[in-house]
Design a protein around this ligand. Structure first.
Ligand code: CP
Ligand code: NVA
Length: 299
């Protein structure tokens, strides 16, 4: 059976922790300028049906650093954009490359691709989940604070793909998750229900943040929801992560955001640009965590 990475739940908790550990090693080696070519001559195909800065650059740089190569495929210039079925594309690409990363809208599309692929498929973000980001977020937490087991994370904002991946991470790594979202923006019950014992929904963001060890947020309108931006700005009023909200959290609480961020909307500039914001390392760790993931899937 080919091992895919469509969701964090495709890993065992031990595998998740192993990837975080290896990501830390790869980071140190990279910072020391040591060459690690564990994926020599291997090729990653990357299908992007949505925009990306971090995901594209980290996968592309990561493959090159490990001795392989990555190929950027946009629907605009491939037959995918002209209606070639996903099943056919999967069968063809997986005879040519060693791994495929996909960023798209419907989660079902990556599942269908994986079903027809002979090689590992990585979810680079769907409307449902963003598991690669959680590898980096958890690596960042472990580097700063050690194990996350038993800690409390507060998710402030939309019950979106990132929130869903936090819910899955809470199950895998055994932490508590406070989710503050306006009514109508709750996470999908299919994701939330199996984690109900460790997740609590709040309508008051300050209450959700109280005593939390990590505060996390994300944009109010995700990719594909651009026309809802104005309505969402109204619905999410009061959900901005401000210094006052951070003051409710534990004294050494960290702040994370997957980026791109909108200062003055979901997060105040004074929070994201403060000392206890680890967003730049979080972004850098996309590189190291995904290199560890690629090694895990391909070696
Ligand atoms: N966080 C994240 O996935 O960023 P990009 O959209 O730039 O890839
Ligand atoms: N929730 C955001 C995450 C971007 C990395 C989106 O899907 O647009």
């Amino acid at each position: 059976m080919t091992q895919h990475f469509l969701s964090l739940l495709d890993l065992s908790p031990e595998e998740f922790r192993g990837i975080i550990r290896r990501a830390g090693e790869l980071k140190q080696l990279q910072h020391r300028g040591e060459i690690v070519e564990t994926l020599k001559h291997r090729v990653l195909g990357m299908i992007f049906e949505k925009s990306s800065t971090r995901t594209r650059v980290s996968f592309e740089a990561g493959m090159t650093q490990l001795g392989g190569a990555a190929m950027f495929l946009s629907p605009n210039d491939t037959q995918l954009g002209r209606g070639e079925p996903i099943e056919d594309t999967a069968r063809v690409l997986s005879r040519m490359v060693d791994c495929v990363m996909i960023r798209t809208f419907e989660h079902e599309k990556v599942q269908r691709f994986a079903e027809y692929s002979q090689v590992p498929v990585i979810n680079g973000l769907t409307d449902l989940v963003h598991p690669c980001q959680l590898l980096a977020d958890m690596q960042t937490w472990f580097e700063h604070r050690g194990d996350i087991q038993g800690k409390t994370v507060a998710w402030i904002g939309d019950g979106n793909n990132m929130c869903h991946s936090y819910i899955n991470a809470a199950r895998q790594l055994d932490f508590r998750l406070h989710i503050a979202c306006p009514e109508g923006y709750d996470p999908d019950p299919q994701v939330l229900d199996p984690a109900a014992d460790r997740c609590t929904i709040f309508r008051d963001p300050l209450q959700a943040a109280t005593g939390a060890d990590l505060i996390v947020t994300d944009v109010w309108a995700s990719m594909g929801q651009e026309e809802e931006q104005k309505q969402r700005e109204k619905d999410f009023a009061g959900y901005e992560v401000t210094a006052a909200l951070m003051a409710q959290a534990a004294p050494d609480a960290l702040f994370m955001h997957c980026l791109p961020a909108h200062r003055g909307e979901e997060v105040a500039a004074e929070v994201i640009d403060a000392e206890d914001s680890v967003v730049w390392e979080e972004a850098e760790n996309r590189l190291h965590a995904q290199k560890a993931l690629l090694e895990f899937l391909l070696t």
